[in-house]
Design a binder for this molecule. Structure first.
Ligand code: PEP
Length: 257
């Protein structure tokens, strides 16, 4: 299976989110080989998008979640609230939140706990900076991010999850990572997770994110180790998103024949 996650960020309001959700459904209609698709609108658009995708193959994701269960946390949205709003998936630890909003690995670990506690499937984002890659510290950095992110979760609470490998230098820059680098990192991530969680490891997938387009999506998705894509910029342009979904359908069709 392949999973395509659309991260609409703070780019579109309710009306455009509804149009994107409708367009996404249209792009999938009548196709025999469907990827799992998760759309992640802003909090304010969740309710309307939920209505559009009801009873479809498309799932509803949030772009973030509070690290706390409830309480005096003005402006925060808890995992329980997201669940109540029909959300099934949540992006945690996106590099924009790490870098612009100073989220730490420890805070991200608390958010992961909240997601599992309230039965949300987390997309845990990890990835190195340009400097880390240039100084060949990328695997070390990703290992530390993975371990801390899962460090507070009781092994018995673990549910299905995804790791989204998103090198910071590739996000929103138009400079996408090469297939070989991604394969190496995905294998590394898979190995690290299994080593860290041992025989308690639940089903998990490893996604790639970073300047994915309709043109490069197929080359990533045809690789077994790339279990899906987290798409930012291209996901708010319906023609680009449709191309990415087509690429996923072609790969799935090929695999089934
Ligand atoms: C992202 O927001 O996670 C992302 C990968 O963005 P973009 O596709 O624009 O690089």
């Amino acid at each position: 299976m392949k999973t395509i996650v659309a991260n609409w960020k703070m780019n579109v309001g309710v009306r455009e989110s509804v149009a994107l959700a409708r367009g996404t459904l249209l792009a999938l209609r009548g196709k025999p080989h469907l990827p799992d698709v998760v759309v992640c609108p802003s909090f304010t658009s969740l309710g309307e998008v939920r209505k559009v995708i009801a009873r479809s193959y498309v799932s509803l994701g949030a772009q973030d979640v509070s690290s706390q269960d409830q309480g005096a946390m003005t402006g925060e949205i808890s995992a329980r609230m997201l669940f109540e709003a029909g959300v099934t998936h949540v992006i945690i630890g996106h590099s924009e939140r790490r870098n612009l909003l100073h989220e730490t690995d420890e805070l991200i670990a608390q958010k992961v706990v909240q997601a599992f506690t309230h039965k949300l499937v987390p997309f845990i984002c990890v990835g190195e900076s340009k400097k880390d890659r240039e100084t060949t510290h990328h695997t070390e950095v990703v290992r530390a991010q993975l371990r801390v992110a899962l460090s507070l979760t009781d092994r018995k609470q673990l549910g299905r999850f995804f790791i989204a490998y998103e090198p910071v230098w590739a996000i929103g820059t138009g400079v996408n990572a090469g297939v070989q680098d991604i394969l190496e990192m995905h294998q590394f991530i898979r190995h690290e997770i299994v080593e860290y969680l041992g025989d308690r490891t639940p089903a998990f997938g490893v996604l790639y994110g970073g300047s994915v387009t309709g043109e490069n999506a197929y080359d990533y998705l045809r690789e077994k180790e790339v279990e899906g894509l987290l798409v930012g910029g291209a996901s708010v342009k319906l023609t680009h998103m449709t191309e990415i979904l087509k690429a996923a359908q072609s790969v799935l069709e090929r695999q089934s024949s």
